[in-house]
Ligand binder design. Structure first.
Ligand SMILES: Nc1ncnc2c1ncn2[C@@H]1O[C@H](COP(=O)(O)OP(=O)(O)OP(=O)(O)O)[C@@H](O)[C@H]1O
Ligand SMILES: [Mg+2]
Length: 256
């Protein structure tokens, strides 16, 4: 039986008395790119944490290729976690390692622990890491220390690492929030390409709604923990945006 890459079903969560997620349900297919929009505090990061099993939801489930990570332990959990690649706003790379070694780290999750410890990956692992860097247009920077790369370049190396990890699902929590417009466009184009070409499902939260068009297939909106929008990107209107952000955009043209 085939599963969606991600199935979020009736997810609900509270921190203390604060309700953060309210009955959130949606599915993402392999190769599909879903943008998640919503105001600060809407629950986007919490939703990602529920998917990776870092937060056990109060109700509902998040299934990655049919696996509920919050219900797994030990080796099963480790195997299921490899299915999920993570990219955040920043600090995705080990600063002192080269771009290539950072990508190799993604591959090491598949090696026996003793070989990872030796930190001498076999040639084929380095070749694979190099090919992944090539896929994101970073082959020329393979030997550069991660902390000498621009923010956009670092994010593309992080995407290469997810490729090396052979994840089926990539969760990106505001991956372009600290980048300039040109770098943002290049990182999102890279995410789009790995989804289309490798069949990886991408779920990506963004604060810049303008970037959604041309990047995502679908856009979902969270407001105060509830899923208030789930439409193909082509159908996204200003009314939808106003609804998600809870403001009348026309009435406040000076607001960002
Ligand atoms: N560990 C925590 N303990 C208590 N409350 C938390 C915790 N993490 C998040 N919250 C609260 O949960 C709500 C949702 O937070 P979350 O980080 O998921 O929102 P977000 O949509 O990712 O916001 P942003 O766009 O600012 O990143 C907020 O009210 C936040 O203060
Ligand atoms: Mg967040």
């Amino acid at each position: 039986m085939s599963h969606p890459a991600l199935r979020v079903a009736g997810l609900a969560h509270r921190y203390g008395t604060t309700t953060v997620l309210r009955d959130v349900s949606f599915e993402v297919d392999p190769g599909e790119v879903v943008a998640v929009i919503g105001p600060s505090g809407a629950g986007k990061t919490t939703m990602f944490r529920c998917v990776t099993g870092l937060v056990a939801p109060e109700r509902g489930r998040a299934l990655v290729a049919g696996n509920d990570l919050s219900a797994l332990r030990g080796g099963e959990l480790a195997r299921a976690r490899r299915q999920v690649g993570l990219i955040f706003q920043q600090y995705n790379l080990v600063r002192r390692l080269s771009a290539l070694d950072n990508v190799v780290l993604g591959r090491l999750v598949h090696l026996p622990w003793w070989r990872a410890l030796l930190r001498l990956p076999p040639t084929e692992v380095r070749d694979l890491a190099g090919a992944c860097l090539q896929r994101v247009g970073m082959a020329a920077h393979a030997g550069a220390r991660a902390d000498t790369l621009s923010g956009g370049q670092q994010q593309r190396v992080a995407i290469a690492r997810v490729l090396a990890q052979r994840s089926s699902l990539l969760l990106a929590d505001e991956p372009v929030a600290s980048l300039d417009p040109r770098s943002s466009a290049s990182v999102l184009a890279t995410l789009r390409a790995v989804a289309s070409e490798e069949g990886i499902a991408v779920v990506c939260s963004l604060h810049q709604v303008d970037l959604v068009a041309g990047f995502a297939d679908r856009v979902i909106g969270l407001r105060d923990g509830a899923l208030v929008l789930d439409v193909p990107v082509a159908d996204l209107t200003d009314d939808h945006r106003a609804d998600v952000y809870g403001v009348d955009l026309e009435a406040s043209p000076s607001e960002p």
